[in-house]
Design a protein around this ligand. Structure first.
Ligand SMILES: NC(=O)c1ccc[n+]([C@@H]2O[C@H](COP(=O)([O-])OP(=O)(O)OC[C@H]3O[C@@H](n4cnc5c(N)ncnc54)[C@H](O)[C@@H]3O)[C@@H](O)[C@H]2O)c1
Length: 324
C-alpha cells in the first residue's frame, strides 16, 4: 500500500511521541487523524502547543476524545476511512502507577480493548502500538532481547503494557488483526515529557532547585532519541509481518551520572543532588538488544547522547525563553 492511500489514526497525538510521529507522517504528505484526551498528567499547555504545530497541516485533523469513548472513535474511523492505527495514547510513567492505578487500567487496558475492537471492525491493515522496556520487569538478563521471558512485572505500568502484547496476540489468533508492538526504551528529545529525567533535571538545575537521584546515582538507561523511535514506528506501518514485537532502544547504556554531567556542561551550571535509595517499581539498568529491529525495520539509531541532550536543551531554552 502506498503512503498516499494510508489514512492513519494516531492516538495520543498531543503527547511527546504522538506529536513527533504525526509531524513525520504529515511531512511525508500522509493523512493523519489525531485523538488525545489532553489530560493533566503534565502541563497541558505543552500538549496544546504541540497540537498547534500539527494543526498547520491540511492533512491533519484532531478530535479531543478519550480512548474509553468508543462511540466517538468509531464515527471518526468510519468518516476518515482509517486504514492504519498507531496507538500511543496511554497513561505513561512507572512511578505514577503506584499513586493512581486506575488511570492505567482505564487508558491502557479498557482503552486498548476499544482500539482492538475498532481495528477489527474496520479491518485496519496494521495496528502499531506502544509497549515498553518495562515489560522486562525483574528479568535482569542484559541486553534485553524480545525472546526473553517477560512474566515478572514489577510495576502496574509494566503489567498493562505486557497485557497489551497478550491482547494483541489474542486478536490476531481470533480475528487475524495484524499488529506490531514496540518496546520503547527511555525516549528523549525536543518537546519531551516533563516527568522524565532529562526534563526534570534541566528544569531543576535552571531554577536552582535540587534534583532527586535515585539508587544513589547507580542507574543506567538506554536512552533513545525521538527521531530514531519515529523511524521505527514508520517502518512498522508497512512491515510485511502479521504480528511481532520489537525493541526500539539505542543499545548504548548511559550512566545516569553521565547524563547529569552532560546536562551540566550544556547549561554551564552544576546540579545540586539529593541522593536517594531505589524507588519501588523501578529498574536499575535498561539496555536493548536491537538486532531484530535492525534487520526488519531498517532501524539504525544514530543520535549520540551528547547531541541529543544538546538538542533538547536548545529546544527547552527556546520554548521557555531562557537566556543562559
Ligand atoms: N517516552 C518514553 O520513554 C516511553 C517509553 C516506553 C513506552 N512509552 C509509551 O509510548 C507511548 C507514548 O508515550 P509519550 O512519552 O509520548 O507519553 P505522553 O504522555 O507524552 O503521551 C501520551 C498522550 O496520550 C494522551 N492520553 C493518555 N490517556 C489517554 C486516553 N485515555 N485517551 C486519549 N488520550 C490519552 C495524553 O494526553 C498524552 O498526550 C505511551 O503508550 C507510553 O506508555 C513511552
Amino acid at each position: 500500500m502506498s503512503n498516499k492511500n494510508m489514512n492513519i489514526l494516531v492516538t495520543g497525538s498531543a503527547g511527546f511521541i504522538g506529536f513527533h510521529t504525526s509531524l513525520f507522517l504529515l511531512n511525508k504528505n500522509m493523512k493523519v487523524c489525531g485523538i488525545d484526551n489532553l489530560n493533566n498528567y503534565y502541563d497541558t499547555q505543552l500538549k496544546k502547543d504541540r497540537l498547534d504545530i500539527l494543526k498547520k497541516f491540511e492533512n491533519f485533523s484532531f478530535v479531543k476524545c478519550d480512548l474509553t469513548d468508543m462511540d466517538t472513535i468509531d464515527i471518526l474511523m468510519k468518516e476518515n476511512h482509517i486504514t492504519h492505527i498507531i496507538n500511543l495514547a496511554a497513561q505513561a510513567g512507572v512511578r505514577y502507577s503506584l499513586e493512581n492505578p486506575h488511570a492505567y487500567v482505564n487508558s491502557n487496558l479498557a482503552g486498548f480493548v476499544n482500539i482492538l475492537e475498532l481495528a477489527r471492525k474496520y479491518k485496519v491493515k496494521k495496528l502499531v502500538y506502544a509497549s515498553s522496556s518495562s515489560v522486562y520487569g525483574d528479568n535482569t538478563a542484559s541486553p534485553s532481547c524480545e525472546n526473553h521471558v517477560t512474566d515478572s512485572q514489577i510495576s502496574l505500568y509494566g503489567a498493562t503494557k505486557k497485557s497489551n502484547e497478550l491482547m494483541a496476540y489474542s486478536y490476531f489468533k481470533l480475528f487475524k488483526l495484524e499488529s506490531i508492538g514496540l518496546r520503547f526504551f527511555s525516549v528523549y528529545g525536543p518537546w519531551g515529557r516533563p516527568d522524565m529525567a532529562l526534563f526534570l533535571f534541566t528544569d531543576a538545575i535552571l531554577k536552582n532547585k535540587k534534583i532527586d537521584v535515585f539508587n544513589f546515582g547507580k542507574m543506567q538507561r538506554d536512552f533513545t532519541y525521538i527521531d530514531d523511535i519515529v523511524s521505527g514506528i514508520y517502518h512498522s506501518l508497512s512491515l510485511e509481518k502479521e504480528i511481532d514485537i520489537y525493541n526500539l532502544g539505542n543499545n548504548k547504556t548511559v550512566e545516569l551520572m553521565y547524563l547529569i554531567e552532560t546536562i551540566e556542561k550544556n547549561i554551564g551550571k552544576k546540579a545540586e543532588i539529593n541522593f536517594l535509595p531505589m524507588q519501588k517499581g523501578d529498574i536499575q539498568k535498561s539496555c536493548a538488544d536491537i538486532e531484530k529491529a535492525k534487520s526488519d525495520l531498517l532501524y539504525s539509531p544514530s543520535t549520540s547522547i551528547e547531541d541529543g541532550v544538546e538538542n533538547f536543551i536548545n529546544w527547552y531554552k527556546q520554548y521557555y525563553r531562557i537566556k543562559i
